[in-house]
Design a protein around this ligand. Structure first.
Ligand code: ADP
Ligand code: MG
Length: 506
């Protein structure tokens, strides 16, 4: 083999694409990689001009760069996304330089690197949004708590004398409540929702969902549910799961503007090692699969790749927020589950939620504080630990107006001091989880050590690291989610003092 042949062979087998064009844009040479990159045989290109082979290329940015190099003789290095006739896209790094016969273009497929960069950007964006959500939630929960509690207090005080003004306050309370729900939803993005898992009987759960979806979607839509293994259970927060499934059903409706059928199927399944290897973030084991499918417009691959991105929406302004699936994904991940989407244009969509099937044998449903009006007043001494002063005063006022004697502490030191003064007369500590630079958990544990009969209720707006510790979750503890309605606080306090409740998230 002579040198020319050896060189040709080497260039032909390079992973970098090489193409040479003459001064009239005619293809003179392409190596194997260039054929692969352009998905065209050299024979079909050689002797023809670039605009002949790729109609429309003269309108592209790439063409501008090619002309620039041809005219100036200076080289260019660019990144270019190539769209194939079937719609597939790949990224190439192109080195364009002048050549004695015209132009030399070298191409390198950088799609994998681009994909990783994109995932990284996505992860960073999600991280920023979740941090923002968590900090908004922290501030808002306390503020909304103050609005809700004081409005309720005033409403009760004036109810008899000024019934009209009192009923006006109902709107303020409802608005604060709905804002609180929105904050919770935002927290879903950050996987910091305060979840209240319970043992959920799926067959019954789906029946209830069916009714709700029917009301929500209207008569053009029908929903069919399959839950073959009766007795299939999940340990999950039912209202968060319901939100997630409603979100999926609403997406399905939007994908079927003329109406149609939504199928919700549940089955038990095992994700094995093989599956885990091919799907990032999957731990093998038993899962309950809940699949929501529609026969709607479906999605192309580009859309499908982005649906879990916060704020990604293809819907008209004002129609979609692009938060639905991001929140569903956050919730599923917080449950150590996995979510997968399958779709093809025109062939419908199916979203699969895998939730861990493990139910801790000791898991039992927390006693619900009964919703009926049960006595909410008392005269016991309560130590209230809350570092937000306005919220502390409002909570204290709510408790005092129902007969309790409240000791107020804004810091761990104040709580200590009050405990030394009043010691055993304190029957209950109602404490925020975060207490300035200390945690209410540590302070309460210290007090309970010296006063074993002391009962403790925690309050928090979102999951803090404390709750990520599973052991803590299995423990008997009572938590009131912030912002809380007055009735919930009072009923929980009463139920705990009476020994009717020793575990639960309210
Ligand atoms: P939104 O519904 O506000 O647009 P989502 O996060 O719920 O936000 O969905 C993001 C995008 O994913 C939608 O705009 C749509 O393009 C696509 N999508 C989601 N579910 C479906 C579905 N069932 N069928 C077709 N496209 C869907
Ligand atoms: Mg949606």
């Amino acid at each position: 083999m002579d040198t020319t042949q050896t060189l040709k062979l080497a260039i032909d087998h390079m992973s970098e694409g090489v193409q040479i064009l003459d001064a009239d844009w005619r293809y003179l040479y392409l190596n194997r990689a260039a054929e692969l990159h352009g998905r065209a045989e050299a024979d079909s290109l050689l002797g023809r001009t670039m605009p002949e082979c790729y109609p429309g290329i003269e309108e592209t940015l790439l063409w501008r760069d090619l002309c620039y190099v041809k005219q100036s003789g200076e080289s260019r290095r660019i990144e270019n996304e190539f769209i194939y006739p079937d719609g597939e896209r790949r990224w190439f790094e192109l080195h364009i330089e002048s050549h004695p016969r015209g132009l030399l273009i070298r191409s390198l497929d950088i799609s994998d690197r681009k994909l990783i960069e994109q995932q990284l950007r996505h992860a960073q964006r999600t991280e920023t949004i979740s941090r923002m959500a968590a900090s908004i939630a922290h501030d808002f929960n306390n503020k909304l708590g103050i609005i809700m509690l004081s409005a309720q207090l005033v409403r009760e005080t004036i109810a008899d004398q000024f019934p009209e003004s009192a009923s006006q306050l109902t709107y303020a309370i409802a608005a604060a409540r709905s804002a609180a729900e929105q904050v919770q939803r935002l927290l879903g993005l950050s996987r910091k929702q305060l979840l209240a898992p319970r043992v959920v009987e799926l067959a019954r759960f789906l029946d209830a969902l069916k009714g709700q979806v029917g009301l929500l979607l209207g008569s053009k839509y029908s929903i069919e549910t399959h839950c073959p293994e009766s007795g299939t259970q999940l340990y999950v927060d039912p209202s968060a799961l319901e939100d997630a499934l409603l979100n999926l059903c609403i997406n399905a409706r939007d994908a079927m503007p003329g109406g149609g059928r939504i199928l919700v199927r549940v089955r038990n399944t095992t994700l094995d090692e093989e599956y885990a290897r091919n799907h990032a973030g999957v731990t093998p084991g038993p899962f309950v699969l809940i699949e929501v499918s529609d026969t709607g417009v479906g999605m192309d691959k580009l859309t499908l790749d982005r649906i879990f991105e916060p704020f990604f929406t293809t819907k008209a302004e004002g129609k979609g927020t692009g938060l639905g699936l991001a929140i569903v994904q956050g919730f599923i991940q917080q449950c150590n589950g996995h979510i997968w989407a399958y779709s093809e244009p025109g062939r419908g969509t199916s979203i699969k939620l895998y939730l861990p099937a493990r139910i801790n044998p000791t898991a039992r449903n927390a006693e619900r504080v009964s919703a009926e009006s049960y006595a909410v007043n008392g005269s016991e001494v309560i130590l209230l630990m809350e570092d937000d002063e306005a919220l502390r005063q409002t909570l204290a006022a709510a408790l005092e107006s129902n007969g309790y004697m409240v000791l107020r502490a804004g810091t761990a030191a104040e709580a200590e001091e009050l405990h030394q003064l009043h010691g055993d007369s304190i029957r209950l500590a109602l404490t925020d989880i975060m207490l300035g630079d200390s945690t209410g958990v540590a302070v309460a544990a210290g007090l309970a050590n010296r006063n074993p009969k002391l009962k403790i209720i925690y309050m928090s707006g979102y999951t803090e690291s404390f709750f990520h510790d599973e052991a803590a979750l299995e423990d008997d503890f009572i938590l009131i989610r912030k912002p809380a309605m007055m009735r919930d606080v009072l009923q929980t306090v009463r139920a705990v003092l009476d020994g009717r409740m020793n575990k639960g998230v309210i």
